[in-house]
Design a protein around this ligand. Structure first.
Ligand SMILES: Cc1cc2nc3c(=O)[nH]c(=O)nc-3n(C[C@H](O)[C@H](O)[C@H](O)COP(=O)(O)OP(=O)(O)OC[C@H]3O[C@@H](n4cnc5c(N)ncnc54)[C@H](O)[C@@H]3O)c2cc1C
Length: 463
């Protein structure tokens, strides 16, 4: 029997009073739309979708849900890849679709204060007028709230950091409705416990973010994209480590194996040599420093045995290349009709990256699985996108995933570099964290004693 209470008509009526009737929906289309993210995990409908409009309203909803013991699962735009926003215990789905306002652009401080429901691409369109941008970039147009909650990262993390590195202040509503302001607008902060960073990456299980002040970077004056192809994945990985070690910080450093490069070519946007490749981007304030950096990168790649190096500073060419890279996942899905994708995101220290990639290739062959390998190699992060069909295919993908995750943890890495724990990484939490997982549970119990916030995530059943 569920430890939560169902939402009967009486409770729904109270929620309409608290949230505003037009913000409360039990319509089938709304329930369906918020039942599943972009992962392979099964859908589960909430009992009601409530559209958040402001911090006070969110506080009223949480206070009510906490007292009535009703689950609340925050929802950005549902692009998670690990089941993070699936309301597995039903209850209230709290959507931030209506909270998309930019509160203030602090251009002189390179900061923006915004509501959590704005998409990062939409935010960047507004910021471009000020010559600024918010750098963390998961391929999707994820919301700021979803990115903070998952500590999303992406292609440019190697230079600009993950979402956690790009936030200075947040407004958060706790499970009991208390409203907290965490952090400050100072970029240096050393005051008290870092509660803000506790909420970042907590996947909506510790508090609900209703406002955030983010760090911004100036839009770079000069950019260049480089693709270097190698005969073997081993050489490509060697080049990744060498580029990281040469002192130049690329804005992106991605590894793609031959299957992924071949997939990219089918987009029609690019025509690349079908070999394991590294994709790089470099940002600089001066053309001369960019040229000098590119010369050194070319030299490094050639020395390691690159069979083809293409570099371009042409903005259209550069955008076409990265567009193809960003569209890789959607394209792979299109090219595998009727199949579901199992995607993982392990990460290891850069020195262990060659061993991890060699292990992945060996196990992929042993399982006879297709898996497109593409990763934010500069951060020691790799994705395997594994198309599968039917129960046997699922079991095979799951077995391969377990082997790779356990290997990454043994290499002193992590089960998840950026997608978060959600549902899929729960089985690995004890292996990765040991007794620290008990401390995490104690923190959860302290901040959310009734366990109403995004229940069923992060912790193994019964913990
Ligand atoms: C094609 C594709 C490529 C991707 N590439 C990357 C990548 O390179 N790197 C990467 O990191 N991710 C990537 N992702 C995954 C995804 O975009 C990120 O996990 C993103 O952070 C999810 O944001 P969202 O707005 O969709 O949030 P949702 O999926 O709706 O929610 C994410 C989590 O945040 C919680 N949440 C949402 N809003 C709030 C809030 N206001 N307060 C508290 N909790 C909240 C939810 O409960 C959930 O646990 C990719 C996804 C796709 C589909």
């Amino acid at each position: 029997m569920s430890r939560f209470n169902a939402l009967d008509e009486n409770r729904l009526e109270q929620l309409r009073d608290l949230a505003g009737a037009s913000n409360v929906s039990t319509g089938q289309a709304d329930l369906d739309l918020h039942a599943k993210d972009q992962s392979h995990h099964a859908a589960r409908q909430p009992e009601v979708v409530i559209y958040a409009t402001d911090t006070q309203q969110v506080a009223r909803i949480l206070q009510f849900a906490n007292e009535a013991c009703i689950p609340v699962t925050p929802w950005g735009v549902g692009t998670s890849l690990e089941g993070n926003p699936i309301p597995v215990h039903g209850g209230i789905l709290l959507s931030f679709e209506k909270m998309t306002q930019i509160v203030k652009i602090h251009a002189d401080d390179f900061q923006v204060t915004t509501q959590p429901g704005i998409g990062r691409k939409d935010l960047n369109v507004q910021l471009a007028r000020h010559g600024l941008f918010f750098a963390p970039d998961p391929g999707a147009n994820a919301t700021i709230g979803g990115m903070l909650a998952n500590n999303a990262a992406g292609i440019q993390t190697v230079k600009y950091g993950a979402t956690k590195d790009n936030v200075v202040q947040m407004q958060v509503v706790l499970a009991d409705g208390r409203i907290l302001r965490l952090g400050s607008r100072s970029v240096k902060q050393s005051s008290g416990y870092n509660l803000m960073q506790l909420i970042v990456g907590s996947e909506g299980t510790l508090g609900v973010i209703t406002e955030a002040t983010l760090k911004l970077a100036p839009v770079p004056e000069h950019m260049s994209a480089v693709v270097a192809a190698f005969s073997t994945v081993t050489e490509a990985v060697e080049a990744v480590v060498a580029v990281r070690g040469c002192g130049i910080v690329p804005a992106a450093l991605e590894l793609l194996d031959t299957t992924a490069v071949t997939m990219l070519n089918t987009t029609g946007d690019v025509d690349l040599a079908p070999h394991p490749s590294i994709f790089m981007e470099f940002h600089a304030a001066h053309e001369t420093s960019l040229t000098a950096e590119l010369d050194l990168i070319r030299e490094i790649c050639k020395e390691i045995g690159a069979i083809n190096i293409q570099a371009t500073a042409d903005p259209t060419e550069r955008k076409r290349l990265w567009h193809a890279r960003h569209a890789l996942y959607e394209n792979a899905v299109r090219q595998n009709p009727g199949k579901t994708f199992y995607v993982n995101d392990v990460a290891v220290p850069i020195s262990a990256y060659p061993e991890l990639i060699a292990y992945i290739e060996q196990q992929r062959d042993a399982h006879g699985m297709t898996a497109y390998l593409v990763g934010h190699a500069g951060d020691g992060n790799i994705h395997m996108a594994m198309p599968y069909e039917g129960e046997t295919g699922y079991q095979n993908a799951q077995a391969l995933n377990s082997e790779v995750v356990n290997k990454a943890i043994e290499l002193n890495g992590t089960a998840t570099g950026e997608h978060g724990v959600g549902l899929g990484k729960i089985p690995f939490m004890t292996h990765e964290h040991g007794d620290a997982l008990i401390a995490m549970r104690q923190i959860k119990d302290l901040l959310d004693p009734n366990g109403i916030l995004n229940p069923g995530k992060i912790f193994p059943e019964g913990m």
